[in-house]
Design a protein around this ligand. Structure first.
Ligand SMILES: *Cc1c(COP(=O)(O)O)cnc(C)c1O
Length: 377
């Protein structure tokens, strides 16, 4: 049987490749490769898609987070509350501006920040909350914004995995003070290389981020503060404009695949399927199940065994994330111990992300499910 990869970008290129090639050729012929009309047009289209007045394109999702933190003057002595169950960039950027990430445990059902514990972790040093809409599922933003307002905190949404997701009918990235997006190729809206964007309704924050992404420049060769080089290439902006037109269709295809997985997988014992929450519309960047752990803590987890059995059958699954950030060697100076954030730690032992991309066919999906049943029943 043919292998089923966790994601596959080749089929998408089969469909829109001609259009992409033509627009890349146009940029190449124009002689304008950085900034310019393609970048400005994409920024406007993306702001209008997300539902904000401002969008600033940059070089990556990581840079989007860094620029957002810088623009809010978050730095040494400040604490930012975030989740340990995320890609490293979420916390890495908090550290990069000199602030301290404060890790709060996750909710078992959603894998997102446990908002009860967020409120309990606020101190005099807390400046911001940095929620991640993990795997495409939005955080309860009504509750989170109420907590932030009560304590005068900024909210920076990490939307890297959630382009197009909605909380109560509003797109993520338009609800907090700042939204940060990644256009890494496997994200819901992916470039053909690195890319990212910041969204906000605050014109002053937007103006500052525009300067910071271009070395802090104000006017020509005049600097009131130092920034970074984090511009989006014109080629990527041209490609993203084309792909943005397909995003709703692709996200709907992901939804249909998730519904089908749910129907086919729910009867299987020892597996918990991911669920949406009331008001929370997921865009399913990942379809992540839990595999009940039946082995002692010191052994290979039941999940790890299942993962290698699936691989033998040609089904390639992924583990996001095998070690939560509070236990990473890079954060040993924060002195967290195993057991401090038990839900994140248990999730790390149980999660398994199944193949998920808009072009995944019913036949491929059946093979994933048959293989899983073969291993577990
Ligand atoms: C991908 C990702 C990022 C970083 O985006 P890059 O474009 O790869 O820099 C940040 N946060 C989360 C949750 C991500 O998944």
């Amino acid at each position: 049987m043919k292998k089923i990869p966790p994601f596959d970008l080749t089929e998408q290129y089969q469909v829109i490749g001609k259009e992409i090639n033509a627009s890349v050729a146009e940029v190449l012929a124009s002689g304008h490769y950085i900034g310019g009309s393609h970048v400005e047009a994409f920024e406007q289209q993306f702001a209008s898609y997300v539902g904000t007045t401002q969008c600033i394109a940059c070089n990556s999702g990581t840079d989007a987070l860094y620029l957002a933190l810088r623009a809010l003057n978050i730095g040494p002595g400040d604490e930012v509350i975030t989740t340990p169950f995320t890609f490293v960039a979420t916390a890495e950027t908090i550290s990069a501006v000199g602030a301290k990430p404060v890790f709060v445990d996750i909710d078992r059902q959603t894998f997102n920040l446990d908002l009860e514990q967020v409120e309990a972790s606020i101190t005099k040093g807390t400046r911001a909350i940095l929620p991640v809409h993990l795997f495409g599922l939005p955080v309860n933003m009504s509750r989170l914004m109420a907590i932030a307002q009560a304590h005068h905190l900024f909210v920076i949404e990490d939307c890297a995995q959630a382009t197009g997701a909605e909380w109560a009918g509003q797109k993520v990235g338009s609800i907090g003070h700042i939204g940060c997006f990644s256009f890494y190729p496997t994200k819901n809206l992916g470039a053909c290389g690195d890319g990212g964007a910041v969204t906000t309704n605050d014109a002053a924050i937007a103006a500052r981020i525009r300067r910071l992404r271009d070395h802090g420049r104000k006017g020509s060769y005049y600097y009131e503060e130092l920034g970074v080089n984090s511009r989006l290439d014109a080629i990527q902006a041209a490609i993203l404009q084309i792909k943005l037109r397909h995003l709703e269709t692709w996200n709907n295809q992901r939804r249909a695949i998730a519904e089908r997985y749910q129907q086919l997988l729910s009867p299987i014992p020892d597996i918990t399927t991911p669920q949406e929450i009331p008001n929370g519309k997921s865009v399913w960047n990942q379809y992540t199940i839990r595999v009940l752990d039946r082995t002692p803590e010191t052994d290979l987890s039941s999940r790890d065994r299942l993962r290698s059995q699936l691989q033998e059958k040609g089904v390639i699954s992924m583990v996001y994330y095998p070690l939560p950030l509070h236990l990473q060697p890079a954060y040993s100076h924060l002195k967290y111990q195993p057991g401090n954030l038990p839900e994140a730690e248990q999730a790390s032992r149980e999660v398994l992300s199944l193949p998920m991309f808009p072009e995944l066919s019913p036949e491929q999906q059946n093979q994933v499910v048959y293989s899983l049943k073969d291993c577990l029943l």
